[in-house]
Ligand binder design. Structure first.
Ligand code: SAM
Ligand code: DTB
Ligand code: SF4
Length: 323
């Protein structure tokens, strides 16, 4: 496995676009099945009221956004959502909670029940619940969790311009705990927060030096939400998204690169370039956690037009290959 330097990643990132897409597509073809895209479902099981100050996030209690606080959902409601997701062709379901960290209480027991239930339906279950200890990660693994999402979001240098209530080491430490529990790691970030190309590269570098490397890397385009400090950020040019996905694909050849938030403002042609450049998955369903996402039927139309097929659950290469 190649040990990338920041300079080398920056050179990849700055490659003329057509050449970059071409190289990324070659890597994609070598390590993945062209045209296979995982349909993932996203559910906000606990919404809003979060004590953290992530500048991009509409769920932070301190910002005045339109998000309504909702306590932890019931297992029965989550079960219905999982059945619907499966019927819609999803092979992975991600549960998100607006928590700073997991606490050992009844709510956590409930989340463990949700994981058990969804896993028993043959879906890959992912959760993103904030910081976790090794013991908590182990309990999630025992309940049948497949992946834990914990994003680095940006470079270490830029981190405290975006978030002050925790630091990069806190994030890396949770990722370590997740690994020790034998879970697969999903960790990526956001572009369009006013960061420099060097920050995008710095984030990819930080992900590339993890051993094993993350099995899954979500690339989000900022959804600028009114009331958050980043509300006035201009939309990310589609070319930046394609460039970021292509660079991620080349630097992390075996990883599942996820075209995550921000598809509302992308054309089908723009998304096609993202798939060409190595994107392996989308979130389907008309809502992400709190913000809109393309209509399900529109995405299915896109799959038809582009000749994409939904990926089956648990068909990824083994973790050992990422070491
Ligand atoms: N509270 C947990 C945490 O922060 O780890 C889990 C949920 S949090 C909403 C999960 C991820 O969603 C964040 O790390 C961030 O990358 C992404 N996210 C949140 N708000 C976003 C936005 N407005 N645009 C794009 N991505 C966003
Ligand atoms: C990730 O990287 N993106 C998803 C998932 N992991 C949890 C979340 C996107 C959230 C977008 C803003 C919202 O809908 O609140
Ligand atoms: Fe809270 Fe997560 Fe939003 Fe940060 S990203 S404010 S930790 S829900």
């Amino acid at each position: 496995m190649k040990n990338w330097t920041k300079q080398e990643i920056l050179e990849v990132y700055n490659t003329p676009l057509m050449e970059l897409i071409y190289k990324a597509a070659e890597t994609h073809k070598q390590f993945h099945t062209v045209g296979e895209v995982q349909v993932s479902s996203l559910l906000s099981i606990k919404t809003g009221g979060c004590p953290e100050d992530c500048a991009y996030c509409p769920q932070a209690a301190r910002y005045h956004t339109e998000v309504k606080v909702h306590k932890l959902m019931d297992v029965a409601e989550v079960t219905v959502a999982a059945d619907n997701a499966k019927a819609g062709g999803a092979s992975r379901m991600c549960l998100g909670a607006a928590w700073r960290e997991v606490r050992d209480n009844k709510d956590f027991d409930k989340v463990l029940d949700m994981v058990k239930t969804i896993n028993s339906k043959g879906l890959e279950v992912c959760a993103t619940l904030g910081m976790v200890t090794e013991d908590q990660a182990k309990r999630l693994a025992e309940a049948g969790l497949y992946a834990y999402n914990h994003n680095l979001d940006t470079s270490e240098e830029n981190y405290n311009n975006i978030i002050s209530t925790r630091n990069y080491d806190d994030r890396l430490n949770t990722i370590k705990n997740v690994r020790k529990a034998g879970l697969t790691v999903c960790s990526g970030g956001i572009i369009g927060m006013g960061e420099k190309a060097e920050d995008r590269v710095g984030m990819l570098y930080a992900l590339s030096i993890l051993r094993p490397q993350p099995e899954s890397v979500p690339i989000n385009a900022l959804v600028a939400v009114e009331g958050t400090p980043l509300e006035d950020q201009p939309p990310v040019p589609i070319w930046d998204m394609v460039r970021m996905i292509a660079t991620t694909r080349i630097v992390l050849p075996r990883t599942a690169v996820r075209l995550s938030a921000g598809r509302m403002s992308m054309s089908m042609e723009g998304q096609a370039l993202c798939f060409m450049a190595g994107a392996n998955s989308i979130f389907a369903g008309d809502k992400l956690l709190t913000t809109p996402n393309p209509e399900y039927n529109q995405d299915m139309e896109m799959f038809k037009t582009l000749g994409l097929t939904p990926k089956k659950a648990f068909s990824d290469k083994l973790t050992e290959e990422l070491i």
